[in-house]
Design a protein around this ligand. Structure first.
Ligand code: F6P
Length: 342
């Protein structure tokens, strides 16, 4: 068999670990040929490839990002993209694909399967918002980075007696905010799953300030005030899949809190720092386990599946169970994080 591997959607730490694992397994155990498709789905459309060998994946395990490049590219936006994908598959004699990426990548894999393109998916995202898997590579690293930032912000908030608002990523879910906020001892965590009232947040902090003269508020980029259907954003742009480009809620909250509490307030937007750099051991191991399982599924000709973590076990699920769904934060986890508010 000849297998193409690509990474699609927002990058995250652990992509290279997944590429390496799938490539090593496909070559060493099954003697397959492996072709890297550059720049995600866009490379599949435009036929950008490079051969992958045991040599080319050597040394990439601790590297952040993806050696193949990635993009947010929707091939169902352009009428002739499907034909172009077919000719890339034919030209490079690719029997099947390993599609590594976020929920949009999995949606694309699902739609391509309806047109006869065979694939196995590996879910990866810092957001941890993909259903049917307990965790995705990238998430643990992002939580570590955000937790370290919160730890650091404590000392400056304390020294200046300020409110520090920390805006983290997560799209329409608050996984990073909840986990990093809980780990970092946040005094308030705002997530998309639980719309907030700015009056209630300022009351909470004003009460706290009688006891402690600083506060840390962690806000997920997709958090919404009660009564708002759309998140508050700085940019009014949408990406290739129609998602609103998020970011800006932190600044809004900081301004409102300063007005209401009279306390000096600053905002730190962690942004893409959360997606950069070397993956944690946890993410490397999870990506390696997913990569090996994906290779085994291909060798067994079991297509249309996504690798998944259930408890401590690696398994697989049909991609149709994943598409169109979002994994919201476990209410029990958020409830525990709120024990420490105020
Ligand atoms: O899906 C990962 C993610 O980092 C989200 O948390 C964030 O909203 C989005 O990607 C940012 O995307 P981009 O890098 O395309 O601006």
């Amino acid at each position: 068999m000849r297998v193409g591997i690509l990474t699609s959607g927002g990058d995250c730490p652990g992509l290279n670990a997944a590429i390496r694992a799938a490539t090593r397994r496909l070559i060493s155990k099954y003697d397959f040929e492996v072709v890297g498709i550059k720049n995600g789905i866009s490379g599949l459309v435009y036929g950008q490839t490079e051969p992958l060998s045991l040599y080319s994946v050597s040394g990439i395990l601790p590297k952040g990002g993806t050696i193949l490049g990635t993009s947010r590219y929707n091939p169902f936006e352009n009428a002739d993209d499907l034909e172009k994908i077919r000719s890339t598959l034919q030209k490079y004699e690719l029997d099947a694909l390993v599609i590594i990426g976020d929920v949009d990548a999995i949606n694309v894999a699902h739609r391509l399967a309806e047109h006869g393109v065979k694939s196995v998916c590996i879910p990866t995202t810092i957001d941890n918002d993909i259903v049917e898997t307990d965790m995705t590579p990238g998430f643990d690293t992002a939580v570590n980075i955000a937790t370290e930032a919160i730890d650091r912000l404590h000392s400056t908030a304390d020294s200046h007696h300020r409110i520090m608002v920390v805006e983290v990523m997560g799209r329409d879910t608050g996984w990073i905010a909840t986990m990093a906020g809980l780990a970092g001892g946040a005094d308030c965590i705002l997530i998309p799953e639980v719309p907030f009232s700015i009056d209630e947040v300022s009351e909470l902090l004003s009460k706290r300030h009688k006891r402690r003269k600083f506060s840390i508020v962690v806000v997920a980029e997709g958090a919404k005030p009660k009564g708002h259907d759309e998140p508050i954003t700085k940019a009014k742009r949408r990406d290739a899949f129609g998602h609103q480009v998020l970011g800006g809620i932190g600044e809004y909250i900081a301004g409102e809190l300063e007005k209401r509490t009279g306390m000096e307030t600053r905002v730190a937007v962690l942004g893409h720092i959360q997606r950069g750099g070397t993956p944690t051991p946890y993410d490397r191991v999870l990506a390696a386990r997913f990569g090996v399982r994906a290779a085994d599924l291909l060798a067994e000709k079991r297509f249309g599946l996504m690798t998944a973590l259930k408890g401590t076990h690696i398994t697989e699920v049909p991609v149709e169970k994943v598409v169109g769904r979002v994994k919201a934060v476990d209410p029990e986890l958020y409830e525990i994080s709120s024990v420490f508010f105020g």
